[in-house]
Design a protein around this ligand. Structure first.
Ligand code: NAD
Length: 349
């Protein structure tokens, strides 16, 4: 019997959904979002040291399945993630994910984890990091349009990282707004539920759009957007799936993650191939000044990039140490003699 037991080399820490929930509460959701946003910021600052490629997307009629790889030369990571806007009608989520971190030195995995919760956390932490650099100073109020799975994470990250104290909710489905309002109760935010996008935007310095629809939607039209606001557009993240009227992009200064991916997937897919954008990492590294004045409209055209997942995996790996929030899985075959894989198979006879 002992012969089939794996050695330490075979074992990879695995974070289940249950353990991820425990880890988040162990750290505290706002500290988690704040610390994760700091990890993402560290990696954006050393952007040039990463291998980068637009994610590999497999499109179908109802959605997309994507692989998102990157490496900094020491670690390698990838995330598997889907996007199926109609899923919620059948009791499935729009977005579900898992991911892996590996050691570049020998190619062995060092962490396998659920990433559905982690994607919502890292998307919110990235939005808040961008807003911290681009939103008007002392922003206190945000509009949150689209009150689905990502919504509460977005609101709490803006509170933890930017200092927002008021969130104005709107969704075409009032049940989604009621759900978000309920979940945000007692979290230190004033919550206003609105009946229109127009009402949600009133008095907001930050406008987050996180709707899901497989089409070129116009969640925001140009006349709704006043000067000086910061728009955090996260729902337009696939070819043929956008949220903003193109006229908004003509008035705004647009910041993106990785242009070769965003030009395919982001709001800027509606514009010409040479439409001017600024890479967000340059603002964070101090190579671009970011917001210039109070009247400027800034737009973070977010699609989600592999480096954010790399940072999230790195953060979870660091936070796990000394906690009981993982289990060891023998996902790497482990022969006694590395070249005797067949001999290892024979152990279980
Ligand atoms: N940029 C990123 O990094 C990133 C990461 C994760 C998810 N996303 C995208 O964010 C979006 C939201 O994801 P989710 O998991 O919250 O989806 P979800 O399906 O749980 O929620 C989407 C919500 O949008 C609402 N909605 C649809 N059309 C609307 C409209 N015209 N006006 C107002 N509300 C509308 C729906 O009623 C629903 O409540 C998706 O498009 C997803 O692909 C982006």
């Amino acid at each position: 019997m002992h012969a089939t037991l794996p050695s330490a080399k075979a074992l990879v820490p695995f974070v289940s959904v249950e353990n991820m929930m425990r880890l988040v509460h162990h750290v505290g959701i706002e500290p988690f979002l704040k610390q994760l946003s700091d990890y993402i910021e560290q990696d954006f600052r050393r952007w040039e040291s990463f291998d980068k490629t637009p994610r590999l997307a497999s499109h179908s009629r109802d959605g997309v399945i994507e692989l998102m790889p990157t490496s900094d030369g020491t670690n390698y990571s990838f995330k598997y993630v889907n996007g199926h806007p109609k899923n919620t009608r059948n009791g499935f989520q729009t977005v579900a994910a898992f991911g892996l971190l590996a050691d570049v030195l020998n190619g062995y995995p060092i962490l396998l984890t659920e990433m559905t919760l982690l994607t919502a956390l890292r998307t919110a932490a990235t939005s808040a990091m961008a807003a911290r650099h681009l939103a008007p100073r002392n922003a206190t109020t945000m509009a949150l349009i689209g009150n689905g799975a990502q919504a509460e994470f977005q609101a709490l990250a803006m509170k933890a990282v930017v200092g927002i104290n008021h969130v104005r909710l709107y969704d075409i489905d009032p049940a989604a707004t009621a759900k978000a309002a309920r979940n945000l109760e007692g979290k230190g935010l004033q919550v206003t539920s609105c009946r229109t996008a127009d009402a949600a935007i009133e008095g907001s310095q930050i406008i987050t759009t996180c709707t899901a629809d497989k089409q070129n939607a116009q969640i925001l039209t140009d006349n709704l957007v006043g000067s000086g606001v910061h728009i955090n557009a996260i729902g337009g993240d696939c070819p043929g799936k956008t949220e903003l009227h193109p006229d908004i992009l003509l008035r705004a200064d647009t910041y993106v993650e990785y242009p070769p991916q965003t030009r395919i997937e982001g709001e800027i897919q509606q514009m010409s191939e040479d439409f001017p954008v600024t890479e967000l990492w340059k603002v964070i590294a101090g190579l671009d000044s970011g917001r210039r004045d109070d009247r400027q409209i800034t737009l973070f055209d977010s699609v989600g990039f592999a480096i954010e997942d790399f940072s999230a995996l790195r953060y979870v790996r660091d936070k796990l140490s000394g906690t009981p929030f993982s289990q060891e899985l023998d996902i790497v075959a482990d022969p006694d003699d590395p070249r005797d894989l067949f001999g290892m198979l024979e152990r279980a006879r």
